[in-house]
Write a protein that binds this ligand. Structure first.
Ligand SMILES: C[S@@+](CC[C@H](N)C(=O)[O-])C[C@H]1O[C@@H](n2cnc3c(N)ncnc32)[C@H](O)[C@@H]1O
Length: 227
């Protein structure tokens, strides 16, 4: 993955996406990091299903984070749990470039990165039941009502999450947008695939969480278990 438009090239066009591809903002250092480190940490998607055992070179419990942004949470979790493998999916190449440098500095071997639309990754490229944990931390809120259709977490997304999680697997969604949290709660009330976990599992803070807190937003975490 060496081109900012690769996320688009790797994913067939859908009518409505949860992101807008922002091109042309890659610094030379980020470009260099992508070129140099992609062969080590990057995963180019095959036409069909990914072989996760081959990707990680072992079989271990697996966490996938969608939209890792700066990668604060992914990095902290991967450092704390070397016995697990972590796959990050993000569509913003400059951010991925920065994150690859952080991975290299931390010397982590249990993280891989995909640059593609997570909806396509979940729907086409992950084996059913292939994940133990799925994290969606502060997905883009698309606050304007006319943009709500772009929100990542909807009924179709929950069906994809149910497909890729093993029975008993965890889905953790966090948001600082009250009306998004309300919409997610309503979706979950009608959903038989996931049940709420009794206690909220700890997770590392993220950049967008801190932003929400500065704005005075309440943070809502949904900790769910796949039936
Ligand atoms: C609001 S930011 C949150 C970043 C980070 N999780 C945090 O909490 O700081 C949302 C991120 O999700 C990414 N994103 C949005 N839609 C996506 C999709 N369909 N697949 C992969 N990443 C996506 C965006 O590029 C962006 O980096």
């Amino acid at each position: 993955m060496t081109d900012p438009s690769a996320a688009e090239a790797q994913t067939p066009r859908r009518a409505i996406r949860s992101f807008v591809v922002r091109a042309g903002r890659m610094t030379p250092a980020q470009r260099q990091a992508l070129d140099r480190l992609w062969p080590r940490y990057g995963v180019d998607l095959p036409p069909g299903e990914l072989d996760l055992d081959a990707v990680f070179g072992r079989r271990a419990p697996r966490t996938l984070e969608i939209g890792f942004g700066m990668g604060d949470a992914l990095l902290e979790l991967a450092m704390a749990q070397p016995e697990r493998d972590f796959l990050g999916v993000e569509v913003y190449p400059p951010g991925i470039g920065r994150f690859l440098l952080r991975l290299e500095q931390a010397g982590l071997g249990n993280v891989r990165v995909v640059c593609a639309d997570a909806v396509e990754v979940l729907g086409r490229h992950l084996p059913p039941g292939g994940l133990d944990e799925l994290l969606v931390l502060f997905p883009d809120p698309w606050p304007k009502k006319r943009h709500h259709k772009r929100r990542l977490v909807n009924a179709a997304f929950l069906a994809l999450a149910a497909r890729v999680l093993a029975p008993g697997g965890r889905l953790h969604i966090a948001t600082d947008w009250a009306d998004y949290a309300q919409a997610i709660a309503e979706l979950l009330a009608d959903n038989a695939d996931f049940s709420a976990e009794p206690d909220t599992a700890a997770r590392p803070p993220t950049k967008y969480q801190r932003r929400g807190e500065r704005l005075g937003h309440a943070i809502v975490d949904f900790c769910l278990r796949r039936a």
